[in-house]
Design a protein around this ligand. Structure first.
Ligand code: 5AD
Ligand code: FES
Length: 352
């Protein structure tokens, strides 16, 4: 590893920030040793702050209808090869009930941008899950909405919101999305969510088409500036039926390296080892946990719809029952010397 790479990783570990050109240098000079070096420091940081705990979130993918047409996304409106489904409020609550029995204390309601679910319906689902399980946190991941809608969900009891910024570079954003959606609006949504008191999650894909080292450096600076409670990153994986179906996927190595840099940048952040990471490598999630991640988000959606929520190809865990997933994850987590806890798993800045 080059001396300057080591110096910069040490500096990031000490100061939790770097200049743009320093990030660019780190990204362009990634090596196996640099990755291991960053991962070790990141793992140490995670251990100091969150101990050996791994938090789990029960992911309920409740609709794969989406009105948008992001070029990378398998459930984009224009993909005619998708068999579409919607879960009813009752079905969603049943998933949460089952998840609660399995030890989940956070439920993530994720879906495409589907106008079928009005604010009233979403609020009803939130308050019903909260009524049944008062000790649980609810995370929403349903895309760009008005500030008023975000406020209504918050008032109904939502605690957290995931909205990846996708890329902090406007020109890059415009190459990943059609003209009817804008980077500025997405960034504004993130600021609105933070202002409303949500534990907010930003994030991006690693190795998305056209992405440069400068883009990634700007993603890191964006995250530093926004200071989200959570950051979700995973490799880009091409999806059939999308304009990017034949693009090349992001790599395991770069994703792990960025996970570590993010842990050093924002030591207290909640950082999932994502399903996408587990999809590009059989031990991707374990390696993610060893590189600074401390969250896993297994699927709680009913088995009948599992394989229909495919943002990308070859997605793992689409055939298992929720309980099987939990067992599998427990073993995986143990294999890297960590343990899954029954806990809401709030960002420590939000714990009282
Ligand atoms: N590969 C990897 N991640 C994807 N996402 C959407 N499509 C893909 C893909 N083809 C990510 C986006 C989105 C999140 C829910 O999933 O970053 O915000
Ligand atoms: Fe649904 Fe991008 S395709 S939000």
């Amino acid at each position: 590893m080059k001396d300057r790479v080591k110096d910069l990783i040490d500096k990031l570990n000490r100061e939790h920030s770097l200049a743009r050109e320093e990030f660019v240098y780190l990204i362009e000079n990634q090596s196996e040793e640099a990755q291991t070096y960053a991962a070790d420091l990141a793992a140490k940081t995670t251990l100091e702050i969150y101990g050996d705990k791994v938090y789990v979130r029960g992911l309920i993918e409740f609709t794969n209808y989406c009105k948008n047409n992001c070029f990378y996304c398998g459930i984009r409106a224009g993909n005619t090869g998708v068999s579409r489904y919607r879960l009813t409020a009752d079905e969603i609550c049943e998933c949460a009930d089952e998840g609660y029995e399995l030890g989940f204390r956070t439920f993530v309601l994720q879906g495409g941008e589907d106008p079928y679910y009005t604010d009233d319906i979403i609020c009803h689902i939130i308050s019903e899950i909260k009524r049944r399980h008062q000790d649980c946190a609810i995370t929403l991941s349903i895309g760009e909405k008005s500030k008023d809608s975000y406020k209504a969900y918050r008032d109904a009891g939502a605690d957290r919101y995931l909205l990846r910024h996708e890329t902090a570079t406007v020109e890059h954003y415009n190459r990943l999305h059609p003209d009817n959606i804008s980077a500025e609006h997405r960034y504004q949504c993130l600021r609105d969510l933070k202002e409303l008191g949500y534990q907010t999650g930003a994030g991006f894909m690693v190795g998305s088409p056209f992405q440069t080292s400068e883009n990634l450096a700007d993603d890191l600076l964006f995250i530093k500036d926004l200071e989200p409670a959570m950051v979700g990153i995973g490799p880009f994986i091409p999806a059939a039926g999308t304009p990017f179906a034949n693009e090349k996927p992001g790599t395991l190595e770069q994703t792990l390296y960025l996970l570590s840099l993010i842990r050093l940048l924002l030591p207290e952040v909640l950082l999932p080892a994502t399903t996408a990471l587990g999809t590009i490598h059989p031990l991707g999630r374990e390696l993610g946990l060893e590189a600074g991640a401390n969250v896993l988000m297994p699927n709680l959606s009913p088995k009948a719809v599992r394989d229909k929520y495919k943002l990308y190809d070859n997605k793992i865990c689409t055939g298992e029952e929720a309980a099987e997933c939990v067992n599998c994850l427990e073993n995986r987590v143990k294999s890297v010397g960590r343990r899954i806890v029954v806990d809401r798993g709030d960002n420590i800045a939000f714990c009282d």
